[in-house]
Unconditional design. Sequence first.
Length: 116
Amino acid sequence: VQLVESGGGLVQPGGSLRLSCAASGFPFSSYGMSWYRQRPGKERELVARINNVGGGTNYADAVKGRFTISRDNAKNTVYLLMNNLKPEDTAVYYCYRPANRGPGYWGQGTQVTVSS
């Protein structure tokens, strides 16, 4: 299993970014996927998740209405579109795939910094 995030960077408050997670090594369309983040000095937290066919999504209250998770099963990729970014969204963002048993799989993370 390999998960490779991209798309992070420095953005001003109110700006937008789209993160991508390219997946390989497993049947992508069989698994729900999630985005987590770890803010400075905080524990890792769930941001959004999507079911295996893209028809069901859930969001953390802090990002509802601003972030959108989506997936393209033909490209083995899950996305996180982040709009109206706030300084408190500054974090390392991780892609996650649950395992059938035990701990799941994480990408290496991509840094998002929201600052003027």
